[in-house]
Every structure is written in C-alpha cells, then in structure tokens.
Design a protein around this ligand. Structure first.
Ligand SMILES: [Zn+2]
Length: 124
C-alpha cells in the first residue's frame, strides 16, 4: 500500500501515479498503515474484542480453581476466549497457592531452626 504525498489518498501498489490527483510522489506505507489498523480494529471489531475473554471468569477461576477448570473444559470448543481466561485464572490460583504453601513451609522450617538456636548455644 502506498500513500500519495500530495493528496494523502491511499494508492494500491500497482500504481506509479496517484489515480486521485495524478501526482507521482507516492510513499510506501508498509509500517505505518498496518499499525494504525491494528490499533483501530479491536475497538470496532466485536469478535476480536471477544478474544480477550471476560475477566470476570478469570477472577472466578482464581477464587474457585475447580470452577475455572470446569469452565475451561466445558467452553474449550464453544467459547475459547472465556475458556482460556477461566483456565488462566485457575492456573494462577494454583501457582499462587503453591507459592503460599512453599512460603508457609519455609516459615515453619525457619521457626523450627530459630527454636533450635538456644539449644545449640547451650551445648557450646
Ligand atoms: Zn494524490
């Protein structure tokens, strides 16, 4: 896609002169044009917007991972966007609770070690 420097109209690549005003100052717009359409399309295009899924299902999946997993399996084919976000919510929830579990175990171990310190000093 080219853009006419004189009148600003979009010109197809096969043209060497602008069909609108006859100018030969055509600039190749490979970079700017796709970026602009990429920004504009999600706003107007409903199906693309839906690909992000409803964040509510992600939050529900986070708090109730089982529900998130069920939603993921049920919607996998019919509603991939919501299925994915519910699955992600459940996955994040599992990772966070595993992280908390590890922190909890580390805390218990730390407390145990600290409680042993006076005993070690008594032996010295
Ligand atoms: Zn022109």
């Amino acid at each position: 896609m080219k853009v006419c420097s004189e009148c600003g109209s979009q010109v197809s690549d096969q043209y060497t002169t602008c069909p609108n005003c006859g100018s030969m100052n055509l600039t190749v717009q490979n970079n700017i044009q796709p970026q602009m359409s990429a920004y504009q399309q999600p706003v107007y295009n409903q199906p693309i917007q839906n690909q992000n899924g409803n964040i509510g299902w992600g939050i529900l999946g986070f708090f109730i991972p089982i529900a998130g997993l069920v939603m993921y399996l049920v919607w996998k084919d019919t509603n991939p966007a919501d299925s994915l976000i519910a699955g992600k919510g459940a996955l994040i929830s599992v990772i966070v609770s595993m992280g908390l579990c590890i922190l909890y175990i580390a805390f218990i171990v730390l407390m145990f070690v600290i409680s042993l310190v006076p005993l070690i000093f008594n032996f010295m």
